[in-house]
Ligand binder design. Sequence first.
Ligand code: FES
Length: 325
Amino acid sequence: MQNDPVWTEATLTATRDLTPDIRLLEIAPVGGALAWDPGSHIDLAVDLNGRLDRRSYSLVGTADPAVYRIAVKRVAASRGGSSWLHGLLPGQRLQVSAPRNRFPLQHGAASYLLIAGGIGITPLLGMAEALLQRGADFRLLYAVRSRRDLAFADMLTTRLGDRLGLFVSDEANRMDLMREVAVLPAHADIYFCGPSRMLAGLQDVLAQLDRSSSSLRFETFGSGGLQPNEPFWVKVPRLGIEIAVPENSTMLDALEAAGVEVMSECRRGECGLCAVDVVAVEGGIDHRDVFLSEQQKRENHRLCACVSRAVHGGLVIDTAWRADQ
Ligand code: FES
């Protein structure tokens, strides 16, 4: 039960490789691109072996009346959306949503710290540009695993100068979140986009430094767990259903494919809408969301079906959605 957007016909007009794994796509919707603010994303309908699904991508740069620009990282172990998009050629017809913004840049903070992990740089590019144009006090910290993962680095270096911090972990140049946050002015706002485990590290730093988490706004992706993906089973006794969740599918996708309606929105472990009640566990649960508290994760009474998984067994669950509601 996804909150489906209104689709608009569009054409892929150009592609450009930014790194070996990240490709910039320019997409021209029929009738022109709508205006958007930094932090906005569009949804794309993607073809997964004949099954249409939806993926969200942050809009890159600043608004252009002709096209939307997105940067897509190909992820081999993903559900297939990024590989499909990397295989497209200019001229391909697409369906796109209007821009929406769940990660807006708020005005008026005394200072800003933007933190990007990997492809999480994409929504922060427009924020950095907007802050630059406003003359705001800010820094952008951009961390990647290896130099081949750096996208937009030349442009950022030119635009931002010493406001930019680049960190390449396999060159022994890791971002030290504790040090960066410790020197922030008291009323600074922090905007983060990166992997959920990096976000957990940042939240931990905020707690250790007694900084309010209300200063933090974030988006995450790539909800990698503590355990590798493996298949598991799910039973929904109320519906008399037992399904198998393959290694390369989410529990939410598998439930939906079996006709089980589950509320969802972000599909990346942030909003909590897809949380289901856990009745019993065989094995364990690899919680991969950033919505439930650490206490809730330890209790194992709920899990976010869009990202979290069972390990070494399966789950008996009840879904929050009821046909009679
Ligand atoms: S749909 Fe948002 S947490 Fe699962």
